[in-house]
Write a protein that binds this ligand. Structure first.
Ligand code: GDP
Ligand code: GDP
Length: 438
């Protein structure tokens, strides 16, 4: 099931970043060896009670003139409408209602997306509540008072946000077609791949805000099986600000990856693998999605018998945090190995949902421990009692140990390798949860 996406929209200085950071707090997921995608706080994974969702910050606006602010706000709101399941519209009780708020509220209302109206800077409920009622005028229903800096009112706001989730989850559950997100830097050939798979040129509606979703879904049929491709290249947004372009493309990638089973990271063979590719790959890795790395434009480079191995090594180094990724060398231009993409997707989807019997897992664990002694510290040695697979997508294992502190990353990685030696699990990350049992 894909996680819902929540976007925050609002004028400059109403407290969007403050709210975002307060909600993300410690819970922001930072995977130690993944490049710094989450750290720039464009998005964060948030858990409230038993619900989890991805929150995106649609971006900062430079307050220059009111004209520009309104234009940027519309742009921001459009991104939210295109990508989010629920929109938080943030206003500021101290500045009160302003004209731009009403205009953006109209736009959000027309989108028929669930909108939660939040009034910030209500640091003292008794003192400011009287001023909150004014916000009913926006026609977005009840305003939820919060203090982002004082962390007040979050519970009711989040309950309201989460109350809009269920419908979507049901729809997603019913659709069992593999969902594939094609991700990668601009110009690596994402659209070309999808066009080639479709067998005809698809018209991309560009630069007209609001005419299409950011991620365009396309169903492709192969060997009696339907696949849904999520194209993140679809709508290109023009912006003069490099940071904004970068932000849009990350938001698009996050929301597409959130909805997919398998992410195909497209790399341009003529450019080689770069840190930016690693950053995008990190988004899929953190979310536990299946990953296929497709080196595209394979037709366009000079090759000898060493070229492919050199690429493999470069990718292994740059994407060292995902040694499990499947690798394909393709050409959208000639169609080379595009059919192989489908069999690879099938395999990865299978591996994402592979369940291993507990008895067999424990045999592997015992064998691994016998082969390489677990680490010890201050005279105390790590003991691994028991392993079991508790969930899939991605396959997740719980290992019971005597002392969590002793369960070093490197030893768990060793156990992971032993499991992979036995079952492959190609194309999918594996998760390990370490539990203490005295
Ligand atoms: P953004 O431009 O919407 O991202 O706004 P910021 O998060 O940067 O906040 C703008 C200003 O409002 C900063 O000086 C914050 O410290 C302040 N601020 C944010 N939330 C609150 C709040 O709940 N109460 C008060 N009094 N100030 C706040
Ligand atoms: P996107 O931004 O990732 O969607 O990239 P596009 O699909 O728009 O492709 C960018 C450019 O690369 C276009 O000029 C394509 O014609 C070219 N291109 C895409 N795939 C291939 C390929 O396999 N071989 C070659 N030689 N060119 C390609």
């Amino acid at each position: 099931m894909s996680k819902p996406v929540v976007a925050i929209v609002g004028r400059p200085n109403v407290g969007k970043s403050t709210l975002f950071n307060a909600l993300a707090g410690e819970r922001i997921s930072i995977v130690k060896d993944t490049p710094g995608v989450t750290r720039d706080r464009i998005y964060a994974d948030i858990t409230w009670l038993d619900q989890s969702f991805t929150m995106i910050d649609t971006g900062g606006i430079e307050p220059e003139s009111s004209d520009i602010i309104l234009k940027s706000m519309r742009e921001q709101a459009q991104i939210a409408i295109d990508t989010a399941d629920v929109i938080i519209f943030l206003t500021d009780v101290r500045q009160g209602l302003v004209d731009a708020d009403s205009k953006v509220a109209d736009m959000l209302r027309r989108s028929h997306k669930p909108v939660v109206l939040v009034v910030n800077k209500v640091d003292n409920f008794e003192k400011f509540m009287g001023d909150v009622y004014e916000f009913y005028n926006l026609g977005l229903g009840d305003p939820f008072p919060v203090s982002a800096s004082g962390k007040l009112g979050f519970g009711e706001m989040l309950d309201e946000v989460c109350s809009h989730f269920n419908k979507k989850a049901d729809i997603d559950e019913e659709d069992d077609r593999p969902k594939v997100a094609i991700i990668g830097k601009p110009n690596v050939g994402k659209s070309s791949i999808i066009n080639k798979l479709l067998g005809k040129d698809r018209v991309i509606v560009s630069d007209i805000a609001g005419t299409t979703r950011d991620a365009i879904d396309t169903a492709v049929k192969r060997n009696g099986q339907e696949y849904v491709f999520i194209d993140t290249a679809g709508l290109r947004r023009k912006s003069k600000i490099k940071d904004e372009i970068e932000r849009f493309s990350i938001i698009r990638t996050v929301t597409a990856v959130e909805r997919c089973d398998v992410a195909v990271l497209v790399i341009d063979a003529t450019m080689g693998v770069t840190e930016q590719d690693a950053k995008i790959a990190g988004i899929a890795h953190e979310r536990g999605k299946g990953v296929i790395v497709a080196v595209n434009k394979w037709d366009a480079i000079e090759k000898d018998d060493k070229t492919m191995n050199k690429f493999k090594n470069d990718i292994k180094m740059t994407l060292s945090f995902m040694p499990y990724a499947e690798l394909l060398f393709i050409s959208a231009e000639t169609g080379q190995r595009l059919e192989k993409l489908f069999t690879t997707i099938d395999m990865v989807v299978q591996n994402q949902t592979l369940r291993i019997a507990t008895g067999i897992l424990n045999e592997i664990l015992a064998e691994a421990v016998a082969l390489a002694e677990p680490p010890s510290d201050k005279g105390k040695r790590l003991r691994l009692y028991y392993i079991t697979e508790v969930s899939v997508k991605p396959p997740t294992f719980v290992i019971f140990v005597n002392d969590k502190e002793l369960a070093h990353f490197s030893y768990i990685r060793y156990i992971e390798n032993k499991i992979r030696e036995a079952f492959g699990f190609k194309g999918t990350p594996l998760r390990f949860i370490i539990r203490e049992r005295k």
